[in-house]
Design a protein around this ligand. Sequence first.
Ligand code: IVH
Length: 663
Amino acid sequence: MSLERIKELTKLLNQYGYEYYVLDNPTISDQEYDRLMQELMALEEKYPEYLSPSSPTQRVGGVVLDAFKKITHTKSMLSLGNVFSKEELINFDQRIQESLQKPVEYACELKIDGLAVSLVYKLGELDYGATRGDGTTGEDITHNVKTVKSIPLTIPYKGDLEVRGEIFMPKKSFNELNELRKKDGVELFANPRNAAAGSVRQLDSAIAAQRKLDAFLYMVPDALDYDCITHYDSLQWIASLGFKTNPHTRVCQTIEEVWAYIEEYSAKRSELPYEIDGIVIKVNDIELQNQLGYTVKVPKWATAYKFPAEEVITKLKDIVFTVGRTGQITPNAVLEPVRVAGSLVQRASLHNEDNVVSKDIRIGDYVVVRKAGDVIPEVVRPVIERRDGSEKKFEMTKVCPKCGEPVSREEDQAAYFCHNPHCDSKKIEKIIHFVSRDAMNIDGLGEKIVEQFYNQGFIKNIEEIYYLKNHVNEIIELDGFGQKSMDNLIEAIEKSKQNSLEKLLFGLGIRGVGAKMAEVLAARFKTMEALMEAKYVELININDVGETICEAILDYFREDENKALIRQLKELGLNMTYLKETNFRDDTPFSNKTVVVTGTLEKYNRNEIKELLKQLGANVTNSISKKTDYLVCGKDAGSKLEKAEKIGVQVITEEEFERMVSE
Ligand code: IVH
């Protein structure tokens, strides 16, 4: 009897909650809702054995964690490329049409200014919610997700399902929250996004529960597996499951229609009850999305139109020069500190001489400053009308600001370089990069300390980091270093020797090899030795490796100095192999082959075969190109099969695939 009532109350409260929070259309009064909630709480207290983790009573918060658990995403959570003008939008469309050889339909959505969340449901219940983190691993925020009333705790679909979307704080909740904080004398949140992020990253879910967060869901990874043909279908499907989707999404047939949508919502932006920072444009057909595929960082089938950034005026006090690790000399604006888009700006890169000269930026000018992509500050232009004649014309430095050697500029390049191989700045920057977080991640060796140790002769180059332990006695004599902090530092340095290959590879600072590319290379070659011996064809055949990077890698390993550095690091005991858990094999017919799967297979679903191929050492991609070695083809294959046949990619059936595996 009581179990039945619990079930009935749960159902009613879920339904009323859905009507209130998702549909924005309540059908009962708040008092009635509260009364039912009280009744359910009382029953659950009396019969704790009937309490379900997805009961609506679990939304009030109260779970307090010690630390966040890490969650590895089933599929990377990527960010989006940007366009800032109609022209760039048209280019985006043209690239897509060129690649697919036909016009496509787009789904246009509001870009909600909150933080990305991944929700995973198993057997119809919310299993966990996670933040995006670095895209590969995020943090488990299930306890806080449950307090977001518009996120369903149970859904009628009982298979495994992941949906992704954005948690945000409505403008009204944000204003109320800041009002309260003002009264309490606590620091105000700069914007609703920070407030939402701050709430979701709390260990105590009672805080998130008070914060009135909301969520729009905007994506189902691998939607084809759920028989959704278009992105728009997938949104309608998840809406039918009880998720809140944004009502302003619109399918557009041409890029002109997309632009009209952008103009319409640029105008309506301020009337919306939540903040948006742009418009997201996605190829609607999911099969076409898969054909277009991804770059290392972003999908090629979507982009974000970013609204123009907030601009402010401030005084440019000086222009100073810095030297990067490649020796590149960069002019930088020293600004009268000014607040832009929520933070204080006092420095901005001016990039190179041409940029300063073409904009005619002078020392002493009032300048327009904004944040490009709302992150990096940028000097847009001088305010000519405010000049009083005291401004000084810009002159590019003739010598390196650090070593004093003359600098020069290649004919077809914008940048000046210091070519002195012994230039201190270059060396310091190289060391700073080597120890930085995404590289060897040596805690306790911040930029200032590296510079100090360099100037005092303790670390003059990368290998000497590992000899720092010989100087401990001298260093603790200096101000600011104790035995304890030095012990920690030496321990961090020793520990870094165990890092997996990609960290070292990124730390070397090979031109074009960023953290993601280092990961791709390390996963593929497994050892430094194998990478050093890699031939041009092996490199260029890797998805994501273009010609420039390929040349840069080969050039790097041709230099004697670099080879010597790697030899010394090896002798010092640094690990030179890829340590991440991969069961990848290099002895199967699919090892190091690029494979695409299409059509319906009998024995495997899409994820299973992809996973199996990866374990067999294959690089599985979504679209057919000249780099594809095999297309594994099931029933009802479409354009991929056509394309494979056209460009001569070897097509294998499911049986052939199995035969090759068993052999
Ligand atoms: S789609 C693979 N759609 O924008 C594509 N993202 O700059 C994944 N965002 O990290 C993103 N509204 O947090 C998509 N309607 C929308 C969005 C949206 C906001 C956020 C999201 C993402 C960031 C990318």
